[in-house]
Every structure is written in C-alpha cells, then in structure tokens.
Write a protein that binds this ligand. Structure first.
Ligand code: MRU
Length: 363
C-alpha cells in the first residue's frame, strides 16, 4: 500500500545504500538482499567481505558499487603493512585488482577504483597517515559528488515531467525497470531522481504515477524500487515484466526512465536484463525512452554494445530462487545474463548531470 505521509528526508536517512561506519573502520551498507522484509545494516571490514557483498548484490546498482569500492579502498589502505612506499602501492594495487573482479558490467566500479588509484599516485610520497587520510577524503568526495550528480539528473528529468503535465493536462505516468533508485546510488538514484525532485517541487499527491517492472530474475523492481518509491510517498504500481506491452498499449505510460551500467561511445547502453525489450516496446508505442546516468557511466573506451562484458549469473536464480520449490526440470540449461544492451537508436536521450546529451559524447 502506498503511504503518502512519509517525509522523504526521513526515508533517505533510513535507506542509505552505502557509507562509512561511524568510526570509519568499515564500509557500512544496507543489505539489499533482505529488502523489503528486513532493513538490516552490515559492516564490511575485509576485502573479501566487500567482494562478496558486491557479487551477491548486497550492495548493487552501478553508482553504489563504485562508491562502495572507493570507500572500501580507503578502509583497506589502513591495514596495509608494507614497510616502504613502493610496497604500499603494490599491496594497494593488488587489493584494488581483486575488488575489480567482483562484477564485470558496471563501469562505475572500474571508474571509482581508477580514480582512487590516481589519487594514490598523486600523494604516494607523503607519510602513510597522510596517504590514508587523502584516500578517505577522495572516497568521501566520490560519494558526495554522486549525491549532487543525482540531483542534477533529477532536476533535468523533472523538466520533462513538467512538460508532459503542461502538454497533456494530466500528471505523468512513468515506467521504470530494475532499481536505479536511492538504493543504487548515494542518494536520489538516477531514473528515480526526477520523481524525488517532483516531490521536492510539491508534487506529492499530484497524481504522478510510477509503474515498476518486477525485473526477473532477481526482482529489483518488486523488492527495491516498489519499496523505496512507495515508502517515499510516491503512487507506485508493480507489474510483471511481460505486462509492459499491455500497459503501454492501454495508453498508461507517458515516459520511460531507466538507469544504466555502461554506455558505450556510440550510445549503446547496458542495463538490467529486459531493458532493451522495454526500449523496443517504447519505440513501437511512440513513448520517449530516456537513460539516466552520471557521465562516469559513459565509457569512451568501449566502442559499442558488442564490447560491453555482460555478466552471466547462476542458473539457480532462474530455476529455483524465490520459489517455495524448484520450478524447472533438474539439469535444464538456463540462460541467465544479468544485463542486455539497448541499441542507441532506441534511446531518446541520456539525462546526465550536465543535461540531456546524445552520442557522440563530449565527456
Ligand atoms: O544487477 P544490478 O541490480 O546491480 O543492476 C542494476 C541496474 O541495472 C541499474 O539499472 C543500473 O546499475 C543503474 S543504477 C543507478
């Protein structure tokens, strides 16, 4: 049931995806695998715990993974015991390379690790205490910048929502896929940021509606997006992924906002499996389809969608997870890619912190 009386700030505080623990000795996350049934925070103190949390999607969503990795590198740098500076940098690099193997598709993970390594190379001649302090500062900067980036994305997306309301005379009905929400970033999300900005602009109870795809097989839409939007007081409806065509055909969707894990230089976009199908349907029904992303998700080093590594995940996520008993024959082959690539021609525009852009990108 949607609760229209929740104050957004209380809610953001309650579900911060990733931050430093109070004493700074650990990465503190909300365990997203337990949501929405249980809100439980856990401390990640070792590189193995962080790796496992990313792999198992306890912390997930491209920007949140990047922030977790950056905070983790600051925390783990404290424990490096090498006697000299070269040894420190060598040990640091080995930890960073290990964290980079946790998931392959979201470029924000590699972007954040590279940025931390770049900072280390600038301060490596300082004392160990100063190096560690500098790394903590850089990681906190990455986290705080992500909050500002999301707000900018939200303000630009909100202008599109306002335009729909002025043109049609009704409040916008938005479709989103997976979770590109506050849980997937430091705050506000990317695809959800326009909706949260709408609340800040007084649109609570305005009639704005969000339709969330449940997002098989890991149900990020049902467990996370439907949870966070309805908790924030947004009118939220959940549907199965295979209901999108019927929803669009009935004229109930004005605009699609999705997040992304990596945008190639030509604009091809990897996002949660199922996104490309939504884009194809949006084109068919003539509905604008926007990808919302920080510019750090645009990877000029990746030429086109064919060059984006797509994570393949365990068969059990399809054949038995969430079912009270197994729902597929034993030993059946399972196809379980975590992401797909949406052709750039299906994307109306990319909403970034610098406004709406299209390829070729200037970043
Ligand atoms: O496998 P997940 O849950 O990490 O996939 C997340 C997505 O596909 C999100 O849409 C994407 O990371 C953008 S989050 C702002």
């Amino acid at each position: 049931m949607n609760d229209m009386n929740k104050e957004p700030e209380d809610f953001f505080e309650k579900i911060i995806s990733v931050k430093l623990s109070d004493d700074g000795s650990a990465v503190n996350i909300i365990d997203q695998t337990l949501l929405p049934i249980e809100i439980k925070r856990i401390d990640l103190r070792t590189k193995e715990e962080l790796w496992d949390a990313i792999k198992r999607l306890k912390v997930r969503g491209a920007p949140a993974i990047g922030v977790a990795a950056a905070l983790g590198m600051a925390v783990f740098s404290q424990g490096i015991t090498a006697a000299d500076k070269e040894g420190f940098c060598r040990e640091y690099k080995a930890i960073s390379d290990y964290i980079a193997t946790s998931r392959p598709t979201a470029v924000n993970l590699f972007w954040a690790l590279n940025r931390m390594e770049q900072r280390l190379s600038e301060i490596k001649e300082q004392s160990k205490e100063d190096i560690v302090r500098g790394l903590y500062r850089e990681a906190e900067d990455i986290r705080n910048e992500d909050i500002g980036i999301s707000r900018n994305i939200g303000e630009t997306g909100f202008l599109l929502l306002k335009e729909i309301r002025e043109r049609t005379g009704h409040s916008p009905r938005i479709l989103t896929h997976c979770n590109a929400g506050t849980l997937a970033t430091a705050k506000y999300g990317t695809a959800t940021a326009p909706m949260y900005m709408a609340l800040e602009h007084g649109w609570k109870g305005s009639g704005m509606k969000v339709y969330c795809d449940e997002t098989r097989p890991l149900l990020q839409g049902a467990r996370l997006t439907a949870f966070e939007l309805s908790e924030a007081g947004i009118d939220t409806t959940l549907q199965c992924d295979n209901m999108v065509s019927a929803l669009m055909a009935s004229g109930k969707i004005d605009i699609v906002f999705v997040g992304c894990d990596r945008v190639a230089a030509n604009g091809d976009t990897a996002n949660k499996i199922g996104t490309s199908g939504v884009a194809i349907l949006a084109k068919h029904y003539n509905i604008p389809f926007y990808v919302c992303a920080p510019s750090s998700t645009i990877d000029k080093g990746t030429k086109s969608g064919e060059d984006i590594p797509i994570e393949m995940r365990s068969p059990g996520e399809v054949s038995e997870m969430w079912y009270s008993k197994r729902m597929a024959p034993e030993n059946i082959s399972v196809f379980n890619p975590a992401f797909d690539v949406t052709d750039h021609e299906l994307i109306t525009g990319f909403i970034t912190e610098s406004g709406i852009v299209s390829p070729p990108f200037k970043f």
